[in-house]
Design a protein around this ligand. Structure first.
Ligand code: NIG
Ligand code: FE
Length: 414
């Protein structure tokens, strides 16, 4: 047994006496904090906290964090961080005027990454991905979802999911895996879409389920990817193997992907750069979370999701990075939070709720993560000295994380 005590905490943020599961509506702008506080961690768990007037005086290790704040680590509920190489060539093509969709149509985009990944060994892919995981931990992320989707063959999709499994075994971060075989139609199936969908359903899914390699099923429902009808077919097939849906939809077009996701009882619908009234009404009737990824429209110079409209409709919002080589080569949650404030007019309290508890809920992990509460997993980060909570989003280019503790272990120090 080992006790770690943090004392003189300027502000203990997102602290809960009774735990909430998901935050929506007006609650999104409420954040409870405890000023001048202590926090006691016992092994992997949060044991207790309180105000410095009654601070315990014994522990195996004591950290004096005067002037610094303590947050629960970010829950990044949407990434594709297992990928091979990079795509800065397309970045330059976009600067010169091509759009993301035009690049995809001419065989760039996801297919470009798939070609690279297919040619990369599992060990090399693991090494690249492990570095990215270490990097996002240093940004304060403790829980992360990682998708497949750059394999697009049976062997390469399995390769990605095995890399994710290996990452899980070698990190203190908490990882959930999502199967996204339906990310794009590979070139050799261009005139045989049905054949590729059969491959996903009849070859990939059974092997993934047999090796227990995924928690969720995802489909990119979009004009350049999969239709609504194809999306439904794949989601329901995934469900038969015990994978719950979380889908990419409404990035560029309103096609009915949200309704399909709700029908399949999706945990979340992700992207939502474009959403119409009917879709908002459908989400209102469901328990599906809207996961917004503002660094994707930032990077491809597109417009941002209507966060305020969704929040006014009482729809719970999560924020995630979408870390991937095409639309967001960044896993920095603090930048996502700044963008959400600046471009989507979310308040600092709203973005913190969206990146902690609601991010955890988008991975069904809210009982153990997403807030500072007794019995939850000891996943926290300590900031550098900052004047207020809002400073974290305001000073958007600064590295303000001083230390990261995951499962009670001091993992990263700036
Ligand atoms: O979430 N939109 C689909 N998938 C990724 C990007 C894929 C890529 O361009 O490599 C996304 O933005
Ligand atoms: Fe994505």
């Amino acid at each position: 047994m080992s006790y770690l005590l943090l004392k003189n905490i300027k502000s203990l943020v997102q602290v809960e006496n009774s735990t909430r599961s998901i935050i929506m509506g007006r609650e999104m702008d409420k954040l409870s904090t405890l000023e001048n506080a202590w926090l006691l961690l016992k092994d992997e768990q949060i044991l207790d906290f309180g105000s410095m007037d009654n601070c315990p005086d014994r522990a195996d290790e004591i950290l004096d964090v005067e002037g610094k704040m303590v947050f629960p680590t970010w829950c990044d509920s949407h990434t594709h961080l297992v990928f091979a190489g990079s795509r800065e060539g397309e970045f330059v093509d976009r600067i010169k005027g091509l759009t993301y969709e035009e690049i995809a149509k001419r065989g760039g985009g996801i297919l470009n990454s798939a070609k690279r990944l297919q040619a990369t060994s599992e060990d090399e892919l693991y090494e690249q991905s492990y570095q990215r995981l270490q990097e996002i931990i240093s940004y304060g992320t403790g829980v992360v979802e990682i998708k497949s989707g750059y394999g697009l063959t049976v062997e390469s999709e399995l390769k990605i999911l095995r890399v994710i499994k290996r990452l899980k075994e070698n990190t203190s971060a908490t990882i959930k895996a999502t199967f996204l075989g339906a990310h794009a139609i590979p070139l050799n199936y261009k005139s045989n879409r049905v054949g590729y969908i059969q491959l996903i359903i009849n070859e990939m899914l059974p092997r993934i389920a047999a090796e227990n390699l995924a928690d969720y099923i995802d489909v990119f429902c979009e004009k350049v990817a999969f239709s609504v009808q194809e999306t439904e077919q794949i989601l329901f097939a995934g469900k038969r193997y015990g994978l719950k849906p979380k889908i990419h939809t409404n990035q560029f077009n309103c096609m009915g992907g949200i309704q399909a996701a709700i029908k399949a009882e999706a945990i979340s619908v992700d992207h939502l750069e474009v959403v119409n009234e009917i879709e908002i009404a459908a989400l209102q009737q469901s328990s599906t979370i809207a996961t917004l990824l503002p660094s994707a429209p930032f990077f491809i110079n597109d417009h941002y999701p209507p966060a305020r409209q969704l929040m006014n409709a009482n729809i719970p919002i999560a924020l995630a990075t979408d870390f991937n080589p095409g639309s967001t080569p960044s896993g920095r949650m603090s930048f996502v939070l700044s963008l959400a404030c600046i471009k989507m007019r979310m308040t600092p309290n709203e973005v913190i709720n969206a990146a902690t508890l609601n991010g955890a809920a988008a991975l069904e992990l809210e009982k153990d993560y997403g807030s500072i509460a007794k019995g939850k997993v000891a996943n926290i980060f300590i900031t550098k000295k900052i004047p207020t909570i809002g400073y974290l989003m305001y000073a958007f280019g600064s590295d303000l994380i001083d230390e990261v503790i995951l499962k009670g272990k001091r993992i990263y120090k700036s």
